[in-house]
Design a protein around this ligand. Structure first.
Ligand code: ZN
Ligand code: ZN
Length: 373
């Protein structure tokens, strides 16, 4: 097998997190899955590479070995036939597995090739929370209701009714997968008899129906940092789905949806506000008051001769930088827009006419010079 950079195969950087690796893998596997690319050899080979790369990089121990000495490690790896534990092509057989709804960021391998005995980390759960402009700006502690899978208390996650036990599946011998030849290579699919569990429950638990898990609505307190942006992802460790067989729970990710303000537009940690000024203020210069995002006003000095569209920076008038726990702030960017009177009273017109006479200016002189006429 050629020594290809496994990170490149999955399109991730060397420092990629397990989550990034998993996400990238799922995206690529979907794209190059043989079922989605019938009779396409290139796609098939790509798919094998992707599977192989994921098999190694998704396993922290194998990944470390690979990072330390890729060549020797590669030598000991075949193209990988599916089997439990070393799931070369293990895991799934059809697109529904990849497209299926997971309710979180579930691992394909964990889901379809799982074994009742193995301890598995719970899946992460993602939900979004709507925030008022001011709450996002000042920070807020909010409660969200999360629907999570928890271990069934009646059967302690075994899925078997009280007093009964599950027995090893005779079809797959407890492996949870069976191989299916597909011409060029074999695909593993979840055992149809036991549904990939590796065990058969004679009498399912009445509470959970044999799944071993129950869904519960749980209240979770989430602290939104001051200056939270729209689309910010806040991790609440351990509040996702419960793990199986002693595995740790997944995490909860709360994605912020911040209400738009009619006046203040967010740009990074800055806010931009358009402020009208009169043409007299622009010409003479003025000290004006501009509104601040958190309420109140701040004074801004316009120099004489301020041009339309000019931007001024009010330092520290922006949003608290959520990353630095609000000790630093962005700026307030004031963009002025000239207001020209639509109607003039007689005296006003006379004053302006006198001004025009006084200035005798031709503001288009430069323009025509450039045109060359
Ligand atoms: Zn149960
Ligand atoms: Zn089975």
């Amino acid at each position: 097998m050629e020594t290809k950079d496994l990170y490149k195969v999955l399109g991730v950087s060397k420092g990629a997190s397990q989550e990034e690796i998993r996400r990238s893998y799922r995206k690529l596997a979907r794209k190059y899955h043989p079922d989605a690319n019938p009779d396409n050899h290139d796609a098939e080979n790509r798919f094998k590479e992707i599977q192989h790369a994921y098999e190694i990089l998704s396993n922290p121990e194998k990944r470390r070995e690979y990072d330390e000495g890729p060549r020797t490690f590669f030598g000991s790896q075949g193209t990988g036939r599916g089997g439990p534990g070393g799931a070369g092509f293990g895991g799934f057989s059809d697109l529904s597995d990849l497209f299926g709804s997971f309710g979180g960021l579930g691992d394909i391998f964990e889901r379809s090739g799982r074994n009742r005995g193995a301890s598995l980390k719970g899946e992460d759960v993602t939900l979004s929370v709507n925030l008022k402009f001011n709450d996002a700006l000042n920070g807020v502690t909010t409660r969200v209701t999360v629907s999570v899978e928890e271990e069934c208390g009646s059967c302690r996650g075994t899925g078997a009714a009280a007093g009964t036990v599950s027995r090893r599946c005779p079809e797959c011998g407890g492996r949870g997968v069976r191989s299916r030849d597909q011409g060029f290579f074999a695909l593993s699919e979840p055992c149809p008899r036991c549904g990939g569990e590796g065990a058969i429950i004679e009498k399912p638990c009445a509470t959970c129906g044999g799944s071993g898990t129950v869904r519960k609505a749980r209240q979770v307190t989430v602290k939104i940092p001051a200056g939270a942006k729209d689309g910010m992802k806040i991790r609440v460790a351990g509040r996702g789905n419960a793990g199986r067989n002693g595995g740790s729970p997944g995490d909860l990710y709360v994605v912020t949806r911040v209400q738009e303000h009619p006046v203040f537009k967010r740009r990074g940690d800055d806010f931009v506000v358009e402020v009208p000024i009169s043409f007299v203020e622009a010409a003479l210069g003025a000290e004006i008051e501009v509104p601040r995002p958190e309420g109140g006003t701040v004074k801004l000095k316009l120099p004489p001769g301020t041009q339309d569209g000019k931007q001024f920076k009010v330092r520290g008038g922006g949003a608290p930088k959520a990353r630095t726990r609000g000790t630093e702030r962005g700026d307030l960017i004031v963009q002025v827009s000239l207001v020209v009177p639509k109607k003039l009273k007689r005296r006003e017109r006379e004053i302006l006419e006198a001004l025009a006479e006084e200035r005798e200016e031709n503001v288009r002189e430069e323009l025509f010079k450039k045109v060359g006429s």
